[in-house]
Design a protein. Structure first.
Length: 302
């Protein structure tokens, strides 16, 4: 199941992409047709908070839709709506895992930079934009805008001190994030937050794939292209810290909640890793593809 936040002339809605990938079912509108009213929440974040009850409601609804004489009228063509970030405004900062691929740690320094313990920084909620939206070039504050293609985890239920062997049970699903970074700001301020939190520098989407459709998130191909040129190509099996460990460590003294977002780190091939560096330029298009999830495309402001 692929869940989206989308909008059309009537406003934003939570939708389900159909099997063909060409249509979207607005959940609340379809439920109103089925029952005469709808108790589907207005946001995907609120839907996620319902836990298993939300998935059960979706199954009940799609079973009804498949047998309804109105089923074709209930779907909207995907190209008739605008996809937003699945969670357009997170409640918290996005948790980001730094240097989680050894080759990326080396390209940013040396083997000595491979972390022994999980590195965590965050991006402000105001960074989030959706697929095909424009990333501001922020030329007034940075000349070193860089890309980082990442698999992101969406937490599905509240947990603290989560054991590694239970960690994936707390995952609602997965999406893609581009952790766009102002490298000069990152270096100048000796910490990551400012360089990672410029407005529009967290493209996310195009949807959240439910965890039931991803058997092993620690074994997915991930690639990033800039203007069609391959820059990053790896697999999440190269994580230094797998998703189970990330969730367990984050939750040791901190409660994780439904809708929390964890970006799991980027492979080698970022712009700063080239010699000389190859930072993003106005008009560049970045596409990130993750196996079983899809592709996220955004361009830099001209």
């Amino acid at each position: 199941m692929k869940f989206v936040t989308a909008k059309d002339s009537r406003g934003s809605f939570v939708g389900l992409i159909d099997g063909s990938g060409t249509r979207v079912l607005p959940l609340a509108a379809a439920a109103e047709k089925m029952e005469g009213s709808s108790d589907f929440p207005a946001s995907l974040k609120e839907c996620i908070a319902l836990g298993d009850a939300f998935i059960e409601k979706v199954h009940t609804l799609t079973d009804w839709v498949s047998s309804s004489s109105e089923r074709d009228e209930l779907y909207l063509p995907l190209d008739s709506v605008t996809l937003q970030a699945p969670i357009p405004r997170p409640d918290k900062n996005i948790f980001c895992i730094g240097k989680n691929y050894a080759e990326h740690a080396i390209e940013m320094g040396s083997k000595a930079d491979i972390p022994e313990h999980i590195m965590v920084f965050t991006k402000a909620p105001t960074t989030v934009i959706g697929p095909d939206e424009t990333v501001l070039n922020h030329k007034e504050v940075t000349s070193q805008l860089d890309y980082e293609g990442e698999l992101a985890v969406i937490i599905g239920k509240t947990g603290r001190a989560i054991p590694k062997e239970e960690a994936l049970d707390y995952v609602f699903g997965y999406t893609i994030i581009n952790d766009v970074t102002g490298r000069d700001l990152q270096s100048r301020h000796k910490q990551f937050f400012i360089g990672k939190s410029l407005d529009t520098t967290c493209p996310m989407g195009p949807w959240i794939v439910h965890s039931s459709a991803v058997e092993n998130p620690n074994k997915l191909d991930i690639q990033t292209t800039v203007n069609g040129e391959m820059r990053q190509s790896s697999n999440t099996e190269n994580f230094i810290f797998p998703i189970e460990e990330i969730i367990s460590v984050l939750s040791r003294g901190m409660t994780l909640e439904p809708g929390d977002i964890i970006a799991t780190g980027t492979p080698a091939g970022v712009g700063k890793g080239f010699k000389p560096p190859r930072f993003l330029q106005p008009g560049d298009t970045v596409e990130i593809t993750v196996e079983k999830i899809g592709s996220l495309t955004n361009s830099i402001e001209k």
